[in-house]
Design a protein around this ligand. Structure first.
Ligand code: HEM
Ligand SMILES: [Ca+2]
Length: 655
């Protein structure tokens, strides 16, 4: 089309020409229209706020949302030796990548019922491929509990526990805060209605379990994708990097509260009230009360045991988790002590940062070298992760929504219903017998009053990973008795995972298969070949009615495992992709250039979880690979024979 601009004198026609000249491609028009809607909405809100507060209110004040990007100044080369606590500025071009309190990235766009924010299953009459989505509770109760998986006892319980522990270094989804509830005037614990932020799990006609939606994330980090920007995104409140943020925290305030700032040794603060039976340190108690942690019911007059404080607030969720936190907190202080001895001239800050840097590296090595190859088969590992080839600043290391909400939850069906506690000979402890899982949640007093961390830790390395029993995929204990933080009613972890996926609008299982280059499941026979259990496949089709409607977490866990791995093809892809991004997109990855010296790297390679156990507990014999299971004493070595890091490689001459 051609047109000519006639000079006319009226301002109206000038206006017309200007608008005309600004018209561009249809795509751009669409985007502009969308932005217009967004802007108009903001304007309406601002006007309301102005009326209410009787003054001008800025957009950022209005929502406290729009962090001005230009206000982030990254440290210059000299001050850039260590990671920031928030993860900001790891990538100098994209300082928000991987940082705490930024949105999960989407590998596929969300599918909300109203395009923007309503979860899947929000509107009762809504059909997907001609059918309503099944109730998550029905999927959880009728199928999850009747699937079977091949069992093997090559690995120890530690393999399961490390999964949860290291996940707490990578993702923590923000929940809708109390203010959201106050704004809408509803209490999500006591409603069966879908009212933001409540999205209760329906159990029958009248009954439901409480569920609060994840908090929406602010409009940052997604400037290039307007659809994403306008859709509700969820927020990761911790650094996605494997950087031991669960030891040190993800905010300056949290970090400061965990440090021992009174001494010059660069240590973490220890529990002032209690020591373990051999005089070793416990994590400090949290200062703020009341705490959700339980007390010994048989010792009502005894000393109160509060919740422990660590870099991640979920530390008290279960005993094995608390044990791993305790281990690395002690390891920090042990390393800090050594470093100070070797380099007396180092300031407290230098000792702290150098110890923190080493602890971060240990988390990376144990995860990538020892843990991941047991979760992924060799072929998938090579395909999705491959050898390290240096820092790649074009890789976004942020955690993806599907990883946090589905893939890394592959571990939930492997949770053991029983926690074994073992004595020095790795036999069931006479004084401290095994516990049912629900007795171990928020029960820190059992560490303090029942023999320290050792009996539990021996159970983690000396007992085979739960061999999933054929009739219970998600163990009865978490299907019925899960106490979730302050939610008083019994909870069902399978339902929570499914509801969370729908809350986040995750696309279905088949969409993700296509994303990963796998063929979508279109027939019952195909499904049977994937699940390798005819009756389960039939049940799935009966409940879901359409194969494209299968929820992604559910589809991922019912796939039969790849040979020599703990997950099927879909989760191998999603886990592999994420792990690669966490490694290649991390400027401070332990193998990256100029992070450690060659000599230091050689020393770090000698690390093992077993050595860390030897150095920080009373355990004197270990299997060299803490994730492998062999029945004691076969394969066990005396701690003296387990290699350790020589910190002399960190010696620095005083300038
Ligand atoms: C006793 C053991 C465990 C308990 C009691 C537990 C419990 C929970 C609970 C209550 C949630 C929040 C669910 C929601 O509302 O969406 C959760 C989230 C999660 N869990 Fe577990 N879990 C355990 C072990 C594991 C293991 C072994 C893994 C992985 C190998 C794992 C991976 C995850 C992941 C990835 C999330 C999402 C985290 C986030 O981004 O917020 N969990 N778990
Ligand atoms: Ca982290």
């Amino acid at each position: 089309m051609s047109f000519s601009v006639h000079r006319r004198s009226t301002s109206a026609s000038n206006m017309h020409v200007l608008t005309f000249l600004r018209q561009t491609e249809p795509e751009t028009q669409e985007i502009s229209r969308a932005a217009e809607v967004f802007q108009t909405t903001l304007q309406v809100l601002k006007n309301r706020a102005r009326q209410r507060y009787k003054r001008e209110v800025t957009t950022s004040e209005l929502s406290e949302c729009l962090i001005p990007l230009q206000s982030i100044t990254c440290p210059q080369d000299d001050d850039d030796k260590y990671r920031t606590i928030t993860g900001l500025c790891n990538n100098r071009q994209n300082p928000l990548w991987g940082a705490a309190n930024t949105p999960f990235v989407r590998w596929l766009p969300a599918e909300y019922e109203d395009e923007e924010r309503e979860p899947k299953g929000w509107n009762p009459g809504r059909l997907y491929n001609g059918f309503q989505l099944p109730l998550v509770r029905q999927v959880s109760q009728e199928i999850l509990r009747s699937c079977s998986k091949p069992s093997d006892d090559a690995f120890s319980q530690m393999l399961v526990e490390w999964g949860q522990y290291i996940n707490h270094d990578i993702t923590f989804t923000a929940q809708s805060p109390g203010t959201a509830m106050r704004m809408s005037g509803v209490d999500c614990l006591n409603t069966c209605e879908n009212v933001h932020p409540c999205f209760p799990i329906k159990c029958g006609e009248q009954d439901c379990l409480p569920f609060t939606r994840s908090a929406p994330a602010c409009f940052v980090n997604c400037t290039s994708d307007v659809r994403q920007a306008l859709q509700r995104q969820q927020m990761n409140i911790i650094t996605s990097f494997i950087d031991a943020s669960l030891v040190y925290g993800s905010t300056p305030k949290q970090q400061a509260s965990l440090r021992d700032l009174s001494s010059d040794e660069g240590k973490l603060a220890v529990n002032e009230r209690l020591k373990d039976p051999k005089g070793r340190d416990y994590l400090p108690f949290v200062a703020s009360l009341p705490s959700p942690c339980r007390q010994d019911p048989n010792d009502v007059d005894g000393e109160r045991v509060e919740c422990f404080a660590a870099g991640d607030t979920r530390v008290n969720e279960g005993l094995p988790l608390t044990v791993l936190h305790t281990l690395f907190f002690r390891e920090h202080n042990r390393i800090a002590g050594e470093l100070k001895r070797i380099n007396c001239h180092w300031s407290s800050e230098t000792v702290y940062q150098e110890a923190r840097k080493i602890i971060g590296a240990l988390h990376q090595i144990i995860t990538m070298r020892d843990y991941m190859p047991k979760i992924l088969d060799q072929e998938s590992f090579d395909h999705y992760i491959g050898p390290y080839e240096g820092y790649d600043e074009t890789v976004d290391p942020s955690a993806s929504n599907v990883f946090a909400t589905a893939a890394f939850r592959f571990g939930h069906p492997t949770i053991s219903p029983i926690l074994m506690r073992l004595d020095e000979k790795f036999q069931e402890h006479k004084c401290f017998p095994h516990l049912r899982l629900h007795q171990t949640l928020f029960s820190q007093w059992r560490i303090v009053k029942e023999g320290g961390i050792e009996p539990i830790l021996r159970g983690m390395i000396g007992v085979a990973a739960r061999t999933v029993s054929p009739d219970m995929l998600v163990t009865e204990e978490v299907a019925q008795k899960l106490v979730v933080l302050n939610i008083p009613r019994e909870m069902d972890l399978g339902s929570l995972n499914l509801q969370r996926g729908r809350d986040h609008g995750l696309p279905g299982y088949n969409d993700w298969r296509v994303f990963c280059g796998l063929s979508p499941i279109k027939t019952l026979d195909h499904l049977k070949s994937i699940v390798k259990d005819t009756s389960v496949a039939e049940k799935i089709l009966k409940i879901y009615k359409h194969l494209d409607n299968i929820d992604v977490w559910f589809g991922g866990i019912i796939e039969s495992f790849n040979p020599n791995s703990r997950i099927g093809p879909l989760f191998s892809c999603l886990m592999g992709k994420q792990m690669k991004a966490l490694r290649d997109g991390d400027r401070f990855w332990w193998e990256a250039e100029n992070v450690f010296t060659q000599q230091q790297k050689a020393e770090l390679s000698k690390t093992s979880l077993s050595r860390i156990i030897c150095d920080n507990t009373d355990i004197k014999e270990v299997h060299p690979d803490a994730f492998r299971f062999e029945k004691y004493p076969s394969g066990y070595l005396c701690c003296d024979d387990i290699p350790s890091i020589n910190l002399e490689a960190w010696r620095e001459e005083k300038h």
